[in-house]
Design a protein around this ligand. Structure first.
Ligand code: PLP
Length: 404
């Protein structure tokens, strides 16, 4: 099998299994227990938090372990929006990009439907890039149809004063396009607006230092990095208020109640540390293989078009549309040859709706339904990509001829 769907998930690394094993077996304590077994677990949890903080360049207390990227995104968007509006009712706008993962897009929709926030989408260009000037205009309330500039406490109009939170993803999961997070975060800061970024796809490939990025909040998911599914991490800068979404025993600094999953926290910390150690080297190697794969596909399939930015994209993501075919039929053809890829995001798989990301990038509905994403892990082999390109050429010819 050739697995080219690493953006959907990755296998758990052996070192990660070994690191978490003791906390599933003999060191199974509850970190809230005062006896020795509990204290061993508490120490391991604190150590895991420290390791993650070292990669992100933040304080350990600024990190909250979650059940994954989805929960981290929910907590960031809802938690910050609700806390900031509670402190000042004028902060009633939520600004997100038009190509966010459903974990952010649907959280914003919830804030609008249930809590009456006004949600504004920052459009993207045809390559999926957020133009910083457009982002600034939306934050400042200058865009047509926006709610307008807010008022500060003294009653004067201050651009951005009515925005509770802004969120723009670091790297898109369907087309791999990257955003200039330091620039966007700087714009949000100049408007006095906390800035969150979903770094679920970026982790393992790009710099996650929150100071260099300038973000106030950042989400990560373990299973994209060689840790198990069901663990994630949210960084929230100490000065940013956050309303808990899960109430109970007050774990995770009172922000996320529930007995901590020590084994998975250790797993995530180990995976993050290991991937950070080899990150820069892997990114260069895999980006070169990705470019070779893209060139080969575009050369051999003249009707194919690349989706997303040509160069400012994740090292491990090559995504295309193949007009005149169907993404689902291509997937089946490739699977018959033991090649696993995806027609878009794993979450949208099986849905007939064209991708919201491609629609926001201006791709026509019929063309969007011919999308395929190939995503590579750090250990991808060049030979496998040569083989995959060859099988893809054959699959496009077969599916196109059959009119499927
Ligand atoms: N955000 C992005 C960009 C993703 O790609 C994903 C998962 O594919 C998520 C959030 C959700 O993460 P999880 O699967 O850990 O809930």
């Amino acid at each position: 099998m050739i697995f080219l769907d690493a953006a959907a998930t990755t296998p758990v690394r052996r070192e990660v299994i070994e690191a978490m094993f003791p906390f599933l077996t003999n060191q199974f304590g509850n970190p809230s227990s005062h006896h020795e077994l509990g204290q061993l677990a508490a120490k391991a949890l604190a150590g895991a938090r420290e390791q993650c903080a070292a990669v992100l360049g933040c304080h350990a207390e600024e990190l909250i372990f979650t059940s994954g990227g989805t929960e981290a995104d929910n907590l960031a968007l809802k938690g910050i929006a609700l806390a900031r509006r509670a402190a000042n009712p004028a902060r009633n706008r939520v600004v997100i990009s038009a190509i966010e993962h459903p974990a952010i897009a649907d959280s914003a929709d919830y804030l609008s439907r249930v809590h009456g926030f006004v949600v504004e989408l920052v459009p993207v260009g045809p390559d999926g890039v957020v133009d910083p000037a457009v982002f600034a205009a939306v934050l400042g309330g200058a865009r047509a149809g926006s709610a307008g500039a807010g008022r500060d406490d003294g009653g004067t109009k201050v651009p951005g004063a009515d925005v509770a939170i802004a969120s723009v993803m670091y790297a898109n999961n369907e087309v791999g396009t990257l955003q200039d997070i330091p620039v966007l975060a700087g714009i949000a800061r100049s408007h006095g607006v906390p800035f969150h970024s979903d770094a679920v796809q970026a982790a393992g490939w790009l710099d996650l230092d929150v100071n260099r990025l300038g973000v106030d909040a950042l989400s990560i998911s373990g299973h994209k990095l060689g840790a198990p599914k069901g663990v994630g991490l949210l960084y929230v800068k100490g000065s940013v208020p956050l309303e808990p979404l899960i109430h109970g025993g007050g774990q995770e600094g009172g922000i996320r109640s529930g007995t901590e999953n020590v084994a998975f926290a250790v797993a995530l910390a180990t995976a993050l540390r290991l991937s950070e150690a080899g990150r820069a080297e892997s990114a260069v190697r895999v980006a070169a293989l990705r470019d070779g794969f893209i060139d080969s596909v575009l050369e051999q399939i003249p009707t194919a078009s690349l989706t997303g930015h040509r160069s400012s994209r994740l090292p491990g993501v090559a995504s295309f549309c193949f007009p005149g075919t169907s993404g689902e039929s291509l997937l089946l053809e490739l699977e018959r040859q033991s090649i696993m890829c995806s027609s878009g995001s794993a979450c949208a798989a099986g849905s007939d709706e064209p991708s919201a990301v491609l629609s926001a990038m201006g791709v026509e509905r019929a063309v969007a339904q011919t999308a395929l994403r190939f995503s590579f892990g750090a250990d991808v082999a060049e030979n496998d990509l040569v083989l995959a390109a060859r099988e893809l050429v054959a699959a496009v010819a077969t599916v196109g001829k059959l009119g499927r």
